[in-house]
Design a protein. Sequence first.
Length: 348
Amino acid sequence: MLEREHDQEGVTGIKNMALSDYFQELDKKILARNEGGESSFQIKVGDQVIEQRFTSEEQADGVKKYFVGTILNERATPDAILNFWTDEIDNYLLSGTKDINAIWRSKDDTGYLRITPGYELSGIDYKRNTFYYCRHPETNPEFMLYGHAMVVMIGQWARQNGMLLLHSACVGINGKGVMLSARGGGGKSTLAVSCLLNGFDFVSDDYILVNQEGPLKAMPLYRTVSLNQDMASILNPGLPVVRVDKERNDKLMLDASSYEFKESLPVHAIIYPNLTDGDSPFIKETARGPVMVKLIDSTASQLGFFRDPEAYRQMSQRLIDIPVYEIGLCKDLKKNVKCLLEFINEEI
């Protein structure tokens, strides 16, 4: 049975419907809409197989580029299915949801559904590990094809499957890893990619998966890295351009699959990059609170977890025992890399 997470005026007939029945009807509507034109691909994440399904090859191809190197060449039985499509949201409304934003969660915790009429639908069938995301065709198509819809859905999948998706980079030396966590423009990606080019153990420059239990370890999701145009010209990584992100000041998304990515890397510290005017970089211990707030808020913003106290609790609890440092970055990229190398080798 369903219960409303927030009482909404004008919502009627919801409690008399099983959410599993709704998802079965939703599957039929998606199938009928596809008319055999569904496009999908599978990726390997940790030890699990995720199948991502789209209603057009354009959508699938646009997203697929981000997973260079993690895509399965042979089909396997998926552990989870993620459905993405665009359509008139009114075609999927529950009774009484017209003109309101409503959230429902089944009382036996077998499903979750959120509908914003005229905008988007998202849902999770926990029993079948099946996820749904639909966006109205008149809203931003970039969101669907290349952006946050995919990240949001994988973040939801991770939380249901013993992992967390965090907005952080992760690099290391000799099997000892550190998370680099900062808001956009803080030098995180530049430092991470510089480390990749200089032979560090490498997981990601933007998003990582971490396990929810046991010693903290980071796992990769993408085989792409991102750099702004200026840094790309300075670093000259020689990597193929997957896409130019017009919404992020023409940031370059680069295919780094020619480099070895660590499937798993133990995390021993969280380091907050901070651009300075000094001539030499430095690393020092810093207050945990501000760094944690920025890391968690940044992740919540990217994954759409605002107003979800459980998501905040999970992230805070998972990272509470990890030491936190600041790295003051100078303009000399080689010095920054050397500083981090020495810190990892000598301090952790």
